[in-house]
Write a protein that binds this ligand. Structure first.
Ligand code: XMP
Ligand code: MG
Length: 186
């Protein structure tokens, strides 16, 4: 059995903390969308947001649809690379729906500001929920509507977040020890 905690400098959000952070976000979202007359479409950003989205969406007491979009800027590394966003879902009702984009983490803000701009251009009413936010890393002016937890500038993994595609399945969010990614650089 592999002991993942040996790769962690510390645990930022354990299962209990994740549960309470996500429950609070869900309560706010249930409240804010409760009176909306528009259909709600939740759009988790693959792959990182899958765990967060599942936990959040099962706590929403609203009728909603789910679509997926994928984005990647980290290529087997801990520094932002080139940004790619997959095609948005094919729909002809963007101007009639509320869209809730669900993301794991806001870092430079590039991914979400690009995605939100595309959705707004299609006429959607867009809000963003992100589990984590690293405000100190921001390169563009971007604010998510719902933020679970602000975190310091450290590379985190778990609960959907990866380093080189690993660690996504951890049930907690932890700071990855520097030695883990520095030793695999070459
Ligand atoms: P930007 O810079 O566009 O990036 O806001 C957001 C995306 O970058 C990834 N990201 C991380 N992934 N640990 C990760 O596993 C981190 O600490 C981290 N910081 C940013 C993530 O994919 C997010 O969607
Ligand atoms: Mg991501």
């Amino acid at each position: 059995m592999y002991d993942f905690t040996q790769d962690m400098e510390s645990i930022l959000l354990d299962e209990e903390a994740l549960h309470s952070v996500i429950s609070e976000l869900a309560a706010r979202i249930n409240h804010d969308y409760g009176d909306s007359q528009k259909p709600l479409v939740a759009i988790p950003v693959l792959k990182g947001a899958v765990f967060f989205a599942t936990a959040l969406l099962e706590k929403l007491t609203l009728p909603l649809e789910i679509e997926f979009v994928s984005a990647s800027s980290y290529r087997a590394a801990t520094e932002s690379g080139e940004l790619t966003i997959s095609a948005l879902p094919q729909r002809n009702d963007w101007d009639k729906i509320d869209v809730l984009v669900i993301e794991d983490i806001v870092d430079t803000g590039n991914t979400l500001s690009a995605m939100v701009a595309q959705l707004k251009k299609l006429g959607a009413n867009v809000r963003v929920a992100a589990l984590l936010d690293k405000p100190s890393r921001r390169k563009v002016d971007f604010h998510a509507d719902y933020i679970g937890r602000e975190i310091p500038n450290a590379f985190v993994v778990g609960f959907g977040l990866d380093y080189a595609e690993k660690y996504r399945n951890l049930p907690y969010v932890g700071i990855l020890r520097r030695e883990v990614y520095e030793s695999s650089k070459d």
